[in-house]
Design a binder for this molecule. Structure first.
Ligand code: ADP
Ligand code: MG
Length: 448
């Protein structure tokens, strides 16, 4: 009886509230029973109960009444047996306030902790700042603004901060979400005319983390709301942590007042990884995976090879390793250099480094102890002209730039000058071992 009543009401709700709202709010409701005129529902979080009651309560009640079930009132109870197994134990959830924040935010990845974050020169400062914020206590810099390219560990650090804060203070209300989700919540609140609920929710947290804030660039009303939320929290001395793919000043379409607000706190950037950091990350991932694949062996030099060749981002590096492990465990063989090269051919090709003419000029100038401006000048002394030819030769060999383009970049020279340089160096390489060695060395450095 109860199931049928609710089943019919649900079916009707599907068409009235719309697909998305139905999936987010109605589907997760579990009916426990109807007695004494009260329809009792189990909800995953108390926030959700409040939300459903406020936004869909009337509609639900109307439908249940229409079925003649005698329902007068709705009650929402938080499910007692919530699953906590997939969370790091130190940060096991507790308290309903946390649930509210979690329902509004995005889930935290249990793998993204400080323990699993490998520190190297390129991310040392960001890591130190994140650690400091993770310790909690007095808010010293607000906001903490982490920025850097894709896959360099911004999200990882933010989750690590959230885990750390909640491990130290389980009652702390930490809300982590992407800027996109912030916008969706905002739009939803507008649609359901629940700006008060929205504001309450965001302004009642102890720590707010908004990931990939560049997403709201150009989205004016979302920015406006973000700005107010931000100010309200700063005024209450609550910690805010923001990430973006670039510095605030460089995000086009972001309001000036927001840019300047964001620069109030501490800005730290994650630099592109270097070889040592990549190797460290690979070693750590191997150690972490060895529990899954205990019998797997990796030949010496394989990790070094990967760290050397895959320099784009850490996500790609991880993907490569995962694929290698999966492949090797299927076939049941040791991971050798050959296997890695075969199995990862596409990834290796895609991450071949793109060398620029500027880099070539810089490296060649350094190598021959010249200034970069010498190489671009019109001076023709042999000690300058020869290195200049080497640089042109390397530009032709290592980049996809055309001869006229290369000529232009070398102080506006004609393309025939470039052709001449390329031929000259090709010729010299065959006869002059010093030149051959220089070219080889430079090529290796540039491709590293
Ligand atoms: P971003 O948010 O900057 O794009 P992520 O934080 O999502 O990058 O990182 C991409 C992947 O690389 C994640 O799986 C993350 O765990 C891993 N990663 C990045 N930096 C490190 C690091 N220093 N140590 C360990 N893993 C890292
Ligand atoms: Mg990210």
């Amino acid at each position: 009886m109860t199931d049928d009543t609710w089943g019919n009401a649900r079916a009707a709700l599907k068409s009235t509230v719309g697909q998305d709202a139905y999936r987010n709010w109605i589907e997760p409701l579990e009916i426990c029973g109807i007695d004494d005129g009260v329809a009792r529902f189990r909800v995953p979080t108390s926030f959700m109960g409040t939300w459903v009651a406020r936004n869909f309560g009337e509609e639900i009640l109307k439908l249940l009444r229409a079925s003649g079930s005698g329902v007068e009132r709705l009650a929402f109870e938080v499910a007692a047996d919530r699953c906590v197994a997939d969370r790091p134990p130190a940060a096991a959830r507790n308290g309903e306030t946390r649930d509210e924040a979690e329902a509004a935010g995005s889930p935290l990845d249990p793998r993204f902790t400080f323990d699993s974050f490998v520190v190297g020169k390129p991310n040392a400062l960001a890591h130190a700042a994140a650690r400091r914020v993770g310790e909690g206590g007095a808010v010293t810099f607000n906001p903490l603004f982490l920025y850097g390219g894709v896959g360099l560990g911004k999200t990882h650090l933010m989750h690590a901060i959230a885990w750390e804060i909640t491990a130290r203070d389980p009652a702390a209300r930490v809300l982590y979400l992407s800027a996109e989700k912030f916008m969706n919540r905002f739009i939803q609140a507008l649609r359901f005319k629940d700006m008060i609920g929205f504001k309450e929710m965001f302004r009642s947290v102890d720590v707010l983390m908004v990931d990939d804030v560049q997403f709201i660039a150009g989205k004016e009303s979302t920015q406006e709301e973000f700005f107010h939320t931000f100010n309200a929290l700063v005024e209450q001395n609550r910690q805010i942590i923001i990430s973006a793919d670039r510095a605030p000043g460089e995000i086009n379409g972001l309001e000036e007042r927001i840019k300047s607000r964001l620069q109030w706190g501490l800005l730290v950037d994650l630099h592109p990884t270097d070889y040592e950091l990549r190797l460290g990350i690979l070693q750590q991932k191997v150690a972490a995976q060895s529990a899954l694949y205990p019998e797997l062996e990796i030949a010496p030099g394989v990790l070094e090879f990967l760290a050397h060749r895959i320099s784009t981002n850490v996500r790609v590096l991880e993907g490569a390793l995962t694929r290698l492990f999966a492949f090797a465990s299927l076939v049941g063989c040791e991971i050798t250099l050959d296997l890695a090269q075969d199995c990862l051919a596409d990834i290796l090709r895609a991450s071949d480094r793109k060398v620029t003419i500027e880099e070539i000029i810089r490296k060649v100038a350094e190598h021959y102890n010249l200034r970069m401006s010498d190489l671009l000048s019109t001076r023709r002394t042999r000690t300058i002209a020869r290195p200049r030819q080497v640089a042109m030769y390397l530009s032709k060999k290592l980049t996809s730039k055309s001869l006229p383009e290369i000529g232009r970049r070398f102080g506006g020279r004609d393309h025939t000058t470039v052709i001449h340089a390329v031929r000259k160096i090709e010729d010299l390489r065959a006869h002059d071992s010093q030149i051959a060695e220089d070219v080889e060395l430079l090529r290796r450095m540039l491709e590293a």
